[in-house]
Design a protein around this ligand. Structure first.
Ligand SMILES: [Zn+2]
Ligand SMILES: [Zn+2]
Length: 335
């Protein structure tokens, strides 16, 4: 599914096309894609909020598949290995950020499905050093782990309150539904905020102790009760809601790559008191390994619906309009 010109997803900007199977070079591996998750970032790329860095691009960065061919320098992977290709495609390895364990901030990093072709396709190419080994099992189960899970985990770490504290999840989609399970299984009390009642129903099923419809009047005038919060919704006003709900000393972390402008914040009321507001940019490979390990040990469940690759436009439209409960994943094996 190829994007030539970003436009509103209602105009079906992705086209099903026949393209040449890429040949892996050097440290690259060719992966036959089984499933590819649909992430909100794909929607930002397709609609042009994040202008794609190739004139024609295949989106998708939650890729689960099998190694089908190896570049000449590949040593650690073999044909047939089960792998995932995540959002972080590669980094320079030399800059000040790469040299200090902060490769997620590298200015020369490449992104799957944004600066190199991604997984809305039968085949995708990954770099040996950045491809993640995955256990066997249902590919649709693992697909949302590869961005929604890993980046949610990084945001959660940034916001974690004192042990046993209460943490709020603002916007309850693919990322929050995994991240909240992590928090609960590590002993935190979790509260979910979303604008769709079905999303809150899933949050309650997964263990949220309380849920709130955001945008409703029920949040007005409430005393802050959260020790930390993660904002997943790409809407600036939600950041203010999260700050208002967070107690002194708490951190609000933002797990969004794109955000509408944040309204003015009353410093004296909502930021003073050592509240901390921070963003999260991509993830390091260490985050990815830690998350995949925790996801296995803590038995995270992903709630997914699977659609054929050719329905990528429809899947993105449903995501845009809050009609996806949990995550949506494309079946790329039948294309
Ligand atoms: Zn770098
Ligand atoms: Zn993503």
């Amino acid at each position: 599914m190829v994007l030539h010109r970003p436009s509103p997803v209602e105009s079906t900007p992705l086209r099903l096309e026949e393209v040449e199977t890429p040949a892996p070079r050097g440290a690259e591996v060719l992966v036959r894609v089984d499933r590819c998750g649909v992430c909100r970032t794909d929607l930002h790329v397709v609609e042009g909020d994040l202008p794609p860095r190739l004139p024609a691009i295949v989106p998708g960065h939650e890729i689960v598949g099998q190694v089908a061919a190896l570049g000449s320098d590949v040593r650690s992977l073999a044909v047939g290995d089960r792998v995932g290709i995540p959002w972080l495609h590669s980094t320079c390895g030399r800059c000040e950020f790469c040299a200090t364990g902060r490769e997620n901030l590298c200015d020369q990093k490449e992104f799957t499905g944004f600066s190199v072709n991604g997984g809305y396709s039968q085949y995708a190419v990954g770099d040996e050093g950045y491809v993640l080994r995955l256990p066997t099992g249902d590919g649709a189960h693992f697909a949302p782990f590869l961005c929604a899970g890993i980046i949610g985990y990084r945001a959660l770490k940034a916001a974690l309150p004192r042990p046993g504290g209460r943490i709020g999840f603002f916007g309850f989609g693919g990322s929050a539904h995994l991240t909240m399970q992590l928090a609960i299984r590590q002993g935190y009390d979790a509260v979910a905020y979303a604008r769709d009642p079905q999303h809150l129903e899933l949050a309650r099923k997964l263990g949220a102790s309380a849920t709130f419809l955001s945008g409703g009047s029920s949040l007005e005038g409430r005393a802050p009760t959260l020790d930390g919060a993660v904002v997943f919704a790409p809407a600036g006003e939600v950041v203010v809601q999260a700050l208002r709900a967070t107690k002194k000393g708490g951190t609000v972390s933002i797990a969004a790559i794109h955000m509408s402008p944040i309204p003015a914040i009353d410093y004296d009321r909502w930021l003073f008191g050592e509240r901390c507001l921070r963003s999260v940019e991509a993830n390091s490979r260490a985050d990815a390994r830690e998350f995949l390990d925790l996801a296995t040990r803590l038995n995270l469940e992903s709630t997914v619906s699977v659609r054929p690759l050719a329905e990528a436009n429809d899947a993105l439209r449903d995501l845009k309009h809050d009609r996806v409960v949990g995550a949506v994943v494309l079946d790329c094996s039948q294309a």
